[in-house]
Write a protein that binds this ligand. Structure first.
Ligand code: NAP
Length: 212
């Protein structure tokens, strides 16, 4: 059954997990949610009707929803360009400790170099845009095509790094990562782990398998 939720009252739509962005990373994540039977909503700039084919392929586990509804999820995953984030989250009435997972990379195109953020971790800038939310950086270090594949590899599980300033939020993100079949590795705070994870840090495109 295809789930397209495009009602005029997005506040009526309740999802635990929402992915904002249906490009390479958003779609890779939606596939992992579907594969593991974890329900989620997915949103993009063009609206739910543009996601008919994707949710049709994935079935009822994944619902196409408006961005306004996605912003009310318990855990909101931002799979959008870094520069678009402030504009996307501006409409959120309040975060009240909800979790935002930042999968973005701050990259200047076409040079493909790290954006100059004055030495600040990119997810700290995302955190400023979502006051009251608990931000976790995750899902940003692997190429989308790899993130979409089965994380069970060579008798182990593919590692996904995460970092954030709130230990309990990190633990919830780690649980989600486990539920999607990956092996989470918590790197601590954004000022430390976030720097390692972000574009220009030591960890992007490092593909590790945890054995056992
Ligand atoms: N591609 C990779 O391998 C990779 C790896 C690691 C991290 N990342 C990071 O992940 C993020 C997403 O990358 P991507 O490759 O998936 O990009 P992408 O394929 O270009 O997709 C971007 C998505 O963001 C949505 N979007 C943009 N502005 C929006 C807005 N104002 N409101 C709602 N949705 C909006 C787009 O919506 P529409 O579909 O409606 O245009 C699209 O679905 C980026 O920050 C990137 O640096 C990418």
């Amino acid at each position: 059954m295809v789930r397209i939720i495009d009602r005029p009252r997005p506040e009526d739509i309740v999802v635990t997990y929402a992915i904002i962005g249906s490009g390479a990373i958003g779609t890779a994540l939606a596939r992992q949610f579907f594969r593991n039977g974890v329900k989620a909503g997915i949103a993009n700039s063009r609206g739910p009707q543009s996601l008919v084919d994707l949710v049709g392929e994935l079935g009822s586990t994944i619902a196409a929803i408006p961005v306004a509804a996605a912003l009310q999820a318990d855990i909101v995953i931002l799979a959008v360009p870094f520069a678009a984030i402030p504009g996307i989250v501006r409409a959120t009435p309040g975060w009240n400790g909800r979790i935002v997972i930042d999968a973005s990379n701050a990259i200047d195109f076409p040079a493909f170099t790290p954006t100059d953020l004055g030495g600040r971790p990119s997810s700290e800038i995302v955190a400023e845009a979502v006051p009251g939310a608990r931000v976790v950086k995750a899902f940003n270090t692997l190429p989308a095509a790899l993130l979409a594949t089965d994380p069970k590899q060579s008798g182990g599980r593919r590692v996904l790094f995460l970092s954030g300033n709130h230990a309990e939020a990190n633990a919830q993100a780690a649980s989600l990562i486990e539920a999607l079949g990956f092996a989470p590795v918590d790197l601590g705070k954004l000022s430390e782990g976030g720097r390692l994870q972000q574009f220009g840090g030591a960890l992007p495109v490092l593909d590790l398998i945890r054995m056992g």
